[in-house]
Write a protein that binds this ligand. Structure first.
Ligand code: ADP
Ligand code: MG
Length: 286
């Protein structure tokens, strides 16, 4: 580890144990490093500790032992956790948690209340709703918005105080595939344009593969960390491990035509490969 690496999140031997009698290790020796500007997916079966991890990182819950550093600050040493959260971490939950009687605009203003002048927070809330594509919906109540739009408001709200880190716990969990994909595109866009670091818990492999890194949890432990290429790179990896994919890659037109795949179809698949990154085609030996 280089001393110059700027971890926005660093955990050291993080444990969170629930219960007195029969203990549950919701987090079991978790060591996680995430650099500023990353967009990371956290996956794993239900009960594997994903929400606990996010809650501990976001100072909503305390670890039983171990350390959490956020942006270099030891969480245990932060006295005013509310202030810390307001400035440093934005949250997006599966259920958006918008206040039902407030408009989209007012909901986004809530985290800025108390420390930002009314006119300035209105201006900022408007800008944020424009940023998430809801310029035309500012006066709407949550009940007048679709699930995807409500999650966009929740994202805008999470960004209100311009935190360097946003933690999202299954933000696409209640959305259909297309709204889920739109939300992920938005997070990508914000990750690029604002430099915000996102940690996104998801069950959805489709959502996860839109990120560059996937952390997989099981029984409170990190059991795998995968760096993911672009979707097409991933497709290529999968293809090169399948019999059909191999035949296409090797231009085995005889056996392909037996499968009803024409030379034109094969050529056009190759064109896509070539346009993208044929050089990264994984080598395989037979
Ligand atoms: P995930 O988000 O991956 O579904 P959680 O982090 O919510 O998992 O839970 C991890 C484990 O900790 C589970 O076994 C869960 O039952 C347990 N757990 C979570 N919160 C509590 C709590 N407040 N009290 C007792 N056990 C809990
Ligand atoms: Mg959870």
């Amino acid at each position: 580890m280089s001393t110059e690496t700027k971890w926005i999140i660093e955990t050291q031997d993080l444990n969170r144990v629930y219960g007195d009698g029969e203990q549950i290790h919701a987090l079991d020796q978790v060591n996680l490093h995430i650099s500023a500007g990353e967009l990371v997916a956290v996956m794993g079966p239900s009960g594997s500790g994903k929400s606990t991890l996010l809650n501990v990182i976001g100072a909503l819950d305390r670890p039983t032992s171990g350390k959490v550093y956020i942006d270099g600050q030891d969480l245990a040493k932060i006295r005013n956790k509310d202030k810390f959260r307001a400035r440093t971490v934005g949250f997006v939950f599966q259920l958006h948690n918008l206040l039902p009687t407030l408009s989209a605009l007012e909901n986004v203003e809530v985290p800025m209340m108390g420390h930002i002048a009314p006119w300035a927070r209105r201006k900022r809330a408007k800008e944020l709703l424009e940023l998430v594509g809801l310029a035309a919906r500012m006066k709407h109540l949550p009940s007048q918005l679709s699930g995807g739009q409500r999650q966009r408001v929740a994202v805008a709200r999470a960004l209100a105080n311009n935190p360097p880190l946003v933690l999202a716990d299954e933000p696409t969990g209640n959305l259909d595939t297309s709204a889920g994909n739109d939300l992920m595109s938005l997070l990508h866009e914000l990750n690029r344009s604002q430099g915000t670091t996102f940690v996104v818990v998801t069950h959805d492999l489709n959502v996860a593969r839109q990120t560059r890194r996937v952390v997989v949890m099981a029984d409170g432990k990190i059991v795998r960390e995968d760096c993911i290429g672009s979707p097409i790179e991933e497709d290529l990896k999968v293809w090169s491990n399948s019999e059909l994919g191999r035949r296409v890659i090797e231009k085995d037109i005889d056996s392909l035509s037996a499968l009803g795949i024409s030379r034109e179809q094969m050529e056009s698949i190759h064109e896509i490969f070539d346009q993208n990154l044929s050089e990264s085609l994984p080598e395989h030996d037979d």
